[in-house]
Ligand binder design. Structure first.
Ligand code: GUN
Length: 291
């Protein structure tokens, strides 16, 4: 029997993002009032991927609203590896830049790993360099990827217990699956990472108190896979016939999950918020302003 739909808390990511962004905005206003320049994020876009252009627009707007400086560096789709790395290295040297984000994916045949590796780890606000990824594995402080930080913000704001919980992550990307698994482990969850070769995915998911679906497969997770009361975080942004679907069958999950993030307006707004927070953190660390 399915429980009433209202038993599921549907996360309003926009509202939570707005609360957290106003805290960041106040901190920046305080720094500026004390005579410091505002933090600056440099975004590198290679080519004209429409999804990337739309993401970047959202990042620019969020920076401006928070009182940060946002700089965009657009390179043509046929830019060489050397062109992109030279630009990143120039931004590394530029003392007026605090954070560098290279929008992914990069057009073929560019080597994204080599470009990311060129970013100064102190300005790596995506937390993707091997330096910062290694620090996460080692349990040392460092800049962490933004979407996983957004997921933690949702879980914390809704008081979802993490310690001792069974957490199942579907997906093993460097942007989401791997880092969120490590961050949940750091908070003492028992973490299982699933992927396309996992046997009996439904059976594994049924054990989850916390489910993170980052597979990029529309409505992969069915309602009867979800443990009643589980916290279900859906990172899927899949466009099918012009309609956006998550990795979770949202309608079927209503009434079963205890907490559910929608594909639209769920974790997305928090990812940008965490980018602002990382840029502020990189700025404060570089200027010796962290308490
Ligand atoms: N493309 C989609 N999501 C992201 C992200 O979080 N960071 C970067 N650099 N590119 C992305």
């Amino acid at each position: 029997m399915t429980a009433p739909r209202e038993r599921t808390v549907v996360v309003d990511g926009k509202a939570l993002a707005s609360t957290l962004r106003s805290e960041i905005q106040h901190e920046i206003a305080r720094l500026v009032a004390a005579g410091h320049r505002p933090p600056c994020l440099a975004v590198v876009l290679v080519g004209d991927n429409p999804a990337s252009m739309s993401y970047i627009k959202g990042k620019r707007r969020a920076c401006e609203r928070a009182g940060m400086t946002s700089r965009e560096h657009d390179l043509p789709a046929d830019a060489t590896q050397e062109d992109v790395v030279d630009l990143v290295e120039a931004l590394n040297r530029d003392a007026s830049v605090d954070g560098i984000l290279v929008q992914l994916p990069l057009p073929k045949p560019l080597d994204a790993s080599a470009v990311i590796e060129a970013i100064d780890p102190a300005k790596d606000v995506d937390g993707l360099t091997t330096h910062n990824a290694g620090r996460l594995v080692a349990g040392l402080p460092g800049l962490r990827p933004c979407t996983p930080l957004g997921i933690l913000a949702v879980l914390e704001r809704h008081a979802v217990p993490i310690e001792g919980a069974s957490a199942v992550v579907i997906g093993r990307s460097i942007l989401v699956g791997k880092p969120i698994s490590l961050l949940l482990l750091e908070r003492n969850a028992t973490v299982t990472i699933c992927h396309s070769r996992t046997r009996d995915l439904a059976g594994v998911v049924r054990e989850a108190d916390i489910l993170v679906a980052a597979a990029g497969s529309p409505r992969l997770v069915k309602g009867d896979w979800i443990r009643p009361g589980a916290a279900v975080i859906d990172l899927g942004v899949n466009i099918v016939d012009g309609v956006q679907h998550g990795d979770v069958d949202f309608d079927a999950a209503l009434g079963v999950a205890g907490l559910l993030t929608p594909s639209r307006g769920g974790v997305g707004p928090l990812t940008i918020t965490m980018l602002l927070r990382n840029t502020l953190e990189a700025y404060q660390t570089r200027h010796g302003l962290r308490s």
